[in-house]
Design a protein around this ligand. Structure first.
Ligand SMILES: C[S@@+](CC[C@H](N)C(=O)[O-])C[C@H]1O[C@@H](n2cnc3c(N)ncnc32)[C@H](O)[C@@H]1O
Length: 223
């Protein structure tokens, strides 16, 4: 499939798939979206409510590593320990990664960003003192973790282009992978997505979305 690097409204770049008219991040601002949906509504919410010593995060769609990178930066600032797992079936090639401008936009460590991408799949690495990363080259449908993560960043391509990833079967896997009171955040606010999450047992909140999106969803495993 054809791929292009584009610049989003906040100046940060992302990958655009013209055949699907879909991006890895919001055209209204890749970094802004990542901060709003995953960091503020997910990471900060979980830390504030449950005060874990180490937070275990699962990312659905490692992609460009932007969410991972921002989480690593925030972990250092907050002085928390993060054990992060990123699942991805189609790793982004390094020649594309090199064209992204996250290091300069975030004024962050090039060494750490490179480490996210050059590290082996299937092995845990320590990116920095308080951030361990395991990348798993795997289809989402193959996830079988049980009771293992506090927080899930659900960042699959939209239901318009990959409806099979926004189903009860996938959300059941997400529910099972979370610990009690575990939280899942996603940029999507579609009614069908919300209903699929509710059917498997999640309690859902509709929250204000990032720039360009009215709403997003936060799901809590409350039983
Ligand atoms: C919206 S992008 C993720 C963006 C990423 N979180 C980031 O910060 O760059 C969705 C990702 O899901 C991956 N993907 C698509 N279908 C998949 C599947 N069935 N199993 C695993 N990964 C898949 C794509 O390759 C893509 O990297």
């Amino acid at each position: 499939m054809k791929r292009e690097i584009i610049t989003t409204a906040d100046g940060s770049k992302t990958i655009h798939l013209p055949e699907w008219d879909e991006q890895y991040h919001s055209k209204h601002g890749a970094i802004q979206e990542a901060y709003h949906v995953f960091i503020e509504m997910g990471l900060f919410f979980y830390l504030k409510n449950y005060l874990p010593k180490t937070i275990k995060i699962l990312e659905i769609g490692f992609g460009t590593g932007l969410n991972t990178f921002i989480t690593q930066i925030e972990a250092k600032k907050l002085n928390i320990t993060v054990d992060y797992t990123g699942v991805e079936a189609y790793p982004v090639v390094f020649s594309e990664i090199e064209k992204l401008n996250y290091v300069t936009q975030l004024n962050a460590s090039e060494k750490h960003f490179k480490m996210l991408h050059t590290s082996d799949w299937g092995k845990q690495i320590e990116v920095s003192r308080n951030f361990a990363l395991t990348k798993r080259k795997q289809f989402f449908s193959e996830i079988e973790d049980k009771n293992a993560f506090h927080l899930i960043y659900f960042d699959a391509f939209g239901a318009r282009v990959q409806p099979e990833l926004w189903t009860e079967a996938i959300f059941q896997k997400m529910y099972d992978a979370l610990t009690q009171y575990g939280v899942l955040v996603t940029y999507s606010a579609k009614g069908s997505v919300r209903r699929a999450m509710q059917t498997v047992g999640f309690t859902i909140e509709r929250l204000p979305g990032p720039p360009g999106k009215r709403e997003m969803l936060r799901a809590v495993k409350s039983e």
